[in-house]
Design a protein around this ligand. Structure first.
Ligand SMILES: [Ca+2]
Length: 389
């Protein structure tokens, strides 16, 4: 701004600018900041900022002591203290290919973390002129400052990604085996039907990267033995349903057709042969919405909301929501709650729609509150709890 010649006018202009700034901050705080309150079927929700200053946070895991581990897409892993203070980047994180949708993505603690301090990170790894999804196992040092004994236990085989559709969500079964949801790398969608590579698949590996003997395609010369299920587009959420022990996974559709699937052993989830979306250009992709030998989603969204991250809720903070499935939404900018009855989704509730934040991950905290990661360069951790009556 160029200063006007009159000092009085300049003061007026400056004051006006300051007032506009303050008013804007107040409005922003009212809708996005501390203790904002939102209506829901479980009563008023309180949304608090639990941490700030995270650059494109992607994956969140709670340590047994209540602190959090959070990945930042650029390749940093942070420990977040209860008061929201971020640690310096944890040392020893594998190099990542950061760009487009790639980077340091999901993190999951081993089921026995309290005893072995083992964890898993899923990330985009540089390969050739592109990248591929990789998973490393490591142990968090006693002082939480570095990863030790880092070992890459999985590398996605197949045509490389040029920045898109790495998938990259990890879920660990009760038997210790890991499920990793992968993507089709965007340019190679037909490969999701090709069992000879890992594109568009969910794989199942042991914690050391070896192949469990009871995987569905073990022993077949035309298939990768790590494959658990196939015909996926870009898996962006995965979790074990505690009620059934089954793997549930959420994937992005193209224009329309985001899906929730119960990812069962050896099954084909249809991409790109069947689905409920169309190409970004408006062109047809699918032959049909259903076909013999291909599984139907338990829920789909048209138009797309770009779901990301998921949690089955079991806490005491929201008693009426026990058994619900939560997922964040990026394009949809909200938190979604799905009511489940056995394996069926019977209702959808759209929460925090006026928060105006892209939600990358949602996890249940040890206190029963829901914790969200907001997807932007000044990302936050939000704590969602029941407002006092
Ligand atoms: Ca499908």
């Amino acid at each position: 701004m160029k200063a006007p010649k009159s000092p009085v006018l300049w003061v007026t202009v400056s004051l006006t600018a300051a007032i506009v700034l303050v008013v804007s901050l107040v409005i922003a705080t009212g809708t996005r900041g501390e203790n904002a309150s939102f209506a829901s079927s479980a009563g008023q929700l309180k949304v608090q900022t639990a941490a700030t200053g995270l650059s494109s946070p992607w994956g969140l895991a709670f340590l047994p002591d209540g602190r959090m581990l959070v990945t930042e897409k650029a390749g940093r892993l942070r420990v977040v203290a209860a008061d929201g203070k971020l640690s310096p980047p944890v040392k020893g994180v594998p190099d990542v290919s950061s760009g487009g949708q790639g980077g340091l993505l999901d993190i999951a603690l081993d089921n026995s973390f309290a005893e072995n301090r083992a964890l898993y990170v899923c990330y985009a790894e540089r390969a050739g002129n592109g990248g591929r999804t990789a998973v490393a196992r490591a142990e968090l040092s006693t002082d939480s400052s570095r990863l030790e004994n880092v070992k890459v236990i999985f590398r996605q085989d197949g045509p490389l990604s040029y920045g898109n559709h790495y998938g990259c969500r990890i879920a660990q079964g009760a038997d210790g085996n890991l499920f990793v949801g992968l993507g089709d790398h965007f340019t190679y969608r037909d490969e999701a039907q090709n069992l000879a590579n890992h594109l568009g698949k969910i794989v199942r590996i042991a914690p050391d990267g070896s192949v469990p003997k009871d995987n569905p395609f073990v022993g077949r010369s035309d298939a990768k033995p790590e494959i658990w299920s196939y015909g996926h587009r870009n898996v962006q959420a995965a979790a074990i349903n505690p009620a059934s022990g089954d793997l549930w996974a959420i994937e992005h559709g193209p224009r329309g057709g985001d899906e929730v699937n119960i990812a069962s052993k050896g099954k084909n989830y249809g991409w790109p042969v069947i689905g409920y979306g169309i190409d970004y250009s408006g062109a047809t992709i699918h032959d049909a919405t259903a076909k013999e030998g291909m599984e139907q989603p338990v829920k789909y969204w048209v138009p797309s909301i770009a779901p990301s991250g998921m949690a089955f809720y079991s806490g005491a903070q929201f008693p009426t929501w026990k058994g619900s499935l939560f997922t964040g939404a990026l394009a949809g900018k909200m938190l979604v709650r799905l009511t489940l009855k056995g394996n069926a989704v019977t209702a959808e509730e759209r929460l925090l729609p006026n928060l105006n934040e892209r939600i990358r991950d949602v996890r249940q905290g040890p206190d029963g509150a829901l914790y969200l990661l907001t997807d932007n360069s000044a990302g936050r951790i939000l704590r969602v709890s029941a407002a006092a009556k």
